[in-house]
Design a binder for this molecule. Sequence first.
Ligand SMILES: [Zn+2]
Ligand SMILES: [Zn+2]
Ligand SMILES: [Zn+2]
Length: 120
Amino acid sequence: MLLHRLIYEAAGGVLVEGHHVHHTCGRRNCLNPAHLEQVSAAEHLELHGHQNEKKRSQTHCVRGHEFTPENTRIKLWKGNPNRECRTCNRDRLRFRRERVRQPVDLFPSVPAAEHNQLTL
Ligand SMILES: [Zn+2]
Ligand SMILES: [Zn+2]
Ligand SMILES: [Zn+2]
């Protein structure tokens, strides 16, 4: 959670790249810096694992890419660590870029003469 991260840093903690701030008491709106500890993204996923047994046991993403350490990115989602498939992420980004490069023609041009006939 971004807020917890800010509190952690305000209390003098230095967050290492790729690490998350874990809130040990688990109460979402508790802002006690003494309850915050720094864990690696992978450890954080373990700590929250019991809350999401089904997702944890998934070895592949929804599109069938395997969750290997290289293919897995751990991101915080609503304060909880979540696995993301890098392959799918990359595909999504590429798709977005291609969409920008080739704008969709929403108004295919109708020859003026034909257009007049249609509106009559
Ligand atoms: Zn946590
Ligand atoms: Zn707390
Ligand atoms: Zn995938």
